[in-house]
Write a protein that binds this ligand. Sequence first.
Ligand code: ATP
Length: 270
Amino acid sequence: MSALVLSESLGTTVRQPLMRATGVSKSYGDTIGCLDVSFTLHPGEVIGVVGESGSGKSTLLNVLSAQLPPDAGTVEYDLRHRGMSDIFRLSEPDRRRLMRTDWGIVHQNPRDGLRMDVSAGGNVGERLMAIGARHYGEIRAEGLDWLAKVELDASRVDDKPKTFSGGMQQRLQIARNLVTRPRLIFMDEPTGGLDVSVQARLLDLLRGLVRELGIAAIVVTHDLAVVRLLADRLMVMRHGRVVEEGLTDQVLDDPHHPYTQLLVSSVLQV
Ligand SMILES: Nc1ncnc2c1ncn2[C@@H]1O[C@H](COP(=O)(O)OP(=O)(O)OP(=O)(O)O)[C@@H](O)[C@H]1O
């Protein structure tokens, strides 16, 4: 009997999953996006999804974040007042509320996650208003607090993100996502397209915030350095399937599947 089942039968505390994917598959005509993916994510846990271009990472992330319905399989999420629920069986307003209040999505391109014609403070503040905040002074104070957390100068609060550098935009996108204290964030290549030195600082910042706030995250990247730093667990994808999974350090230091061995060795050769 597994430890989990044993503890359940003994009535002791069992960690409730935050998200559970079961047999998730999605194809585009004859092309496989992802195939039969199953995993469980616990509160505060960070899972990295790696694999080469076209392996199905973005497809999986889009299904998990309710942006793309799967052809088969289920994605369940621990809703605050309803417990584990299939996200694709929720009504549209319920799903929108979940995405607005409990989830965040950090896009690779900050332009996809920010409103470029709204001030930096407004970008953060409007997320608070979307969950019911109304007091202007408090919203502005919280906005300034979050700009400081992501190391943006308070003097830029009224500037529009289109006047920011790529790294600054990405930090603002992170503030906009985290200000509502989501329980889960989805990140697609969060440091893609940034200079190496900017990437390192951003990763440090992200890691600190995710740990401090105890947020769970699913991070999709082809960059093993990103998951080494951020992820507790790894899933390695190839041709839409998960070919290997486990604790990040274990998978990267002692890869079992030949494809993972190739991925790891190709990075070491660089
Ligand atoms: N909208 C689409 N229409 C048709 N095929 C698609 C579509 N999106 C993805 N695919 C195909 O599905 C497969 C998986 O693509 P996906 O974008 O999920 O991979 P990925 O690992 O995220 O790649 P990348 O790292 O390049 O973003 C690929 O063969 C891709 O060509």
